[in-house]
Design a protein around this ligand. Structure first.
Ligand SMILES: Cc1cc2nc3c(=O)[nH]c(=O)nc-3n(C[C@H](O)[C@H](O)[C@H](O)COP(=O)(O)OP(=O)(O)OC[C@H]3O[C@@H](n4cnc5c(N)ncnc54)[C@H](O)[C@@H]3O)c2cc1C
Length: 518
């Protein structure tokens, strides 16, 4: 059995040399975890890394080998997976490992072609409603920072990390506490995953939208496609992400059990990267071992019981226009593996409580709430720019409540930004809480409110405003047999890793329910 060692080392001390000198009994080792502690850096304390390693000490010790999966008989009808984001792809991977080829349906184009569609949108404002930043193979995470950190606790997280490595992610993905792939690496990894799936008999159909479910009483028996075709199956995994408004409407019409869920809306804040590096890493801000600096901010207003927090930070990244509808603007962030653009950005969002803030009791009122903000941003852009550029104001202007006549600082956004009073696109409680939150964040990170810091709006698609209800154990919809609500769009994930884990769980549930696994 390997032996575990845990220790902390200053960031610039060589790990291999330390192990050789301090643990001469170690024959060979494998990294289990590596996490940076730079909390004291702004006050001059030297950053350090915490390491956990598995080491082989005796000659007979070995590392455990990869799990072997029994090959199971194929079910009479292949499972159908809707959506080739991390949830759908990892569901297909796990089924295929057990010898069960599924049919994977994706409304958008394949990963390698998505950039063509997206470049037209960013450059000329020509949105393709089927292939964009949220839709297409790889899902919403394809143009992301590729952060793989998750707060969920599941043994399957390690499985997902090891799969990413097997499909081409850097080895440190499996052990770093904050692994990230960057948009450039994710794109090649997703293509590797699809190639592997095809080699295992999985049928992947691109540019194929599922327009509805086929039902018999309380059982889902198939899906209807935009091509007019119907596919019959005993298992439909619905991994369509948080933006598929048309499908939510269809599910509501079919009586699929759903309930409104809290979510959050706000802005993207963008600062010069070197500025954030210098605040967070102090005298060590030039040390390449530390990478571009991250931050995580959170404040709870106890008087109003509302949270304001940062989300999806992209150090050395880009602010993206990431909408899926022609009459709306949505922003998000991404970065490449090197995280070396001259800017760092993050979402700053305010919690929206379904019961309190949605005056409209309809099930889909949360989607309408998001869309109304997105529409207002688009109207502003059409009025003061071309409809493509993103509305923005400096943090200082936002705090003072008025625009000044100085031009905006440069931005990373390929769509461009224009100056506008973004407060008018949000309900008042969002503006007020963003202001209070920024005041608090400026205490946590002195200098966060900064002349060169810009707020770009609106960040509305932080999560689905609905949960598609499912049984906790079987993961089957509580209203419809044969339907597996999966991933972020169903309300069971909040990022790439948690969506992938949820996909694996749905696959295991199908295997069990088919009676394939004894
Ligand atoms: C710009 C951006 C950056 C992000 N950065 C990060 C990050 O760094 N780290 C992180 O953890 N998370 C990040 N996220 C969030 C992350 O991408 C999502 O949480 C994750 O992708 C959810 O996975 P999913 O499989 O549930 O859904 P999605 O990834 O949304 O995939 C759903 C798929 O279903 C398809 N689909 C939808 N409707 C239909 C239909 N009717 N028929 C057929 N196909 C359909 C879509 O085209 C899409 O490909 C980011 C998101 C965005 C937009």
């Amino acid at each position: 059995m390997p032996k575990k060692y845990q220790f902390e080392l200053p960031f610039d001390v060589d790990l291999a040399q330390h192990v050789r000198q301090s643990y001469p009994e170690v024959r060979t080792y494998r990294m289990v975890s590596k996490s940076l502690d730079a909390r004291g850096a702004p006050r001059g304390r030297r950053p350090s890394f915490h390491y956990i390693i598995d080491a082989l000490v005796t000659d007979t010790d070995t590392f455990p080998t990869a799990e072997e999966f029994p090959r199971l008989p194929e079910p009479s009808k292949r499972p159908v997976i809707v959506g080739a984001g991390p949830g759908g792809l990892f569901c297909a991977v796990r089924l295929a490992e057990y010898g069960i080829p599924s049919i994977l349906l994706e409304r958008g184009d394949e990963a390698s072609k998505r950039m063509l569609h997206i470049a037209k949108f960013w450059r000329y404002g020509e949105l393709d409603p089927e292939t964009n930043v949220c839709y297409g193979e790889g899902g919403a995470g394809l143009f992301s920072d590729g952060k793989l950190i998750t707060r969920i606790k599941s043994d399957l997280v390690q499985y997902v990390m090891e799969k990413f490595v097997a499909f081409g992610a850097p080895p440190e993905t499996a052990y770093e506490s904050n692994p990230h792939l960057g948009s450039n690496k994710i794109r090649t990894i997703i293509t590797q995953i699809s190639n592997w799936l095809r080699s295992r008999g999985v049928e992947i159909r691109y540019n194929t939208q599922v327009t509805g479910l086929v039902t018999e009483g309380d059982r889902v028996t198939g899906v209807r496609l935009s091509t007019g075709e119907t596919l019959l199956t005993d298992h439909v995994v619905l991994a369509t992400g948080h933006s598929s408004q048309d499908l939510y409407q269809e599910l509501e019409g079919s009586g699929v059990a759903m309930k409104p869920k809290d979510f959050a809306v706000g802005v993207r804040v963008e600062h010069p990267r070197r500025y954030i590096d210098s605040i967070q890493h102090g005298d060590y801000c030039e040390a390449s071992q530390l990478g571009s600096a991250r931050y995580r901010l959170s404040w709870h207003d106890k008087w109003t019981d509302r949270g304001v927090y940062s989300f999806c930070m992209c150090p050395g990244g880009y602010v993206l226009s990431s909408g899926t509808e022609r009459d709306g603007i949505v922003v998000n962030g991404m970065s490449n593996y090197a995280r070396n653009s001259p800017w760092s950005n993050a979402a700053l969002v305010v919690s929206v409580k379904a019961e309190r803030d949605l005056s409209d009791p309809r099930l889909l009122a949360g989607l309408e709430f998001q869309h109304e903000i997105e529409r207002r941003a688009y109207e502003l852009s059409k009025k003061f720019a071309t409809g493509r550029e993103l509305p923005a104001m400096t943090i200082r202007e936002f705090m003072e409540g008025k625009l000044n006549d100085r031009p905006l600082p440069k931005t990373s956004s390929p769509s461009g930004i224009f100056k506008a009073d973004i407060r008018q696109i949000f309900p008042e409680f969002v503006v007020e809480h963003l202001k209070k939150g920024l005041r608090e964040f400026d205490k946590d990170i002195p200098g966060f409110i900064y002349d060169e810091g810009v707020l770009i709006a609106p960040e509305t698609r932080t999560s689905a405003p609905l949960t598609i209800l499912r049984d906790k154990k079987s993961l089957v919809s509580v209203s419809h047999h044969g339907l597996y609500p999966c991933g972020e769009g169903a309300g069971y994930a909040g990022g790439i890793t948690s969506a992938a884990v949820d996909g694996v769980k749905c696959a295991l549930s199908i295997i069990e329910r088919e009676g394939l696994l004894t």
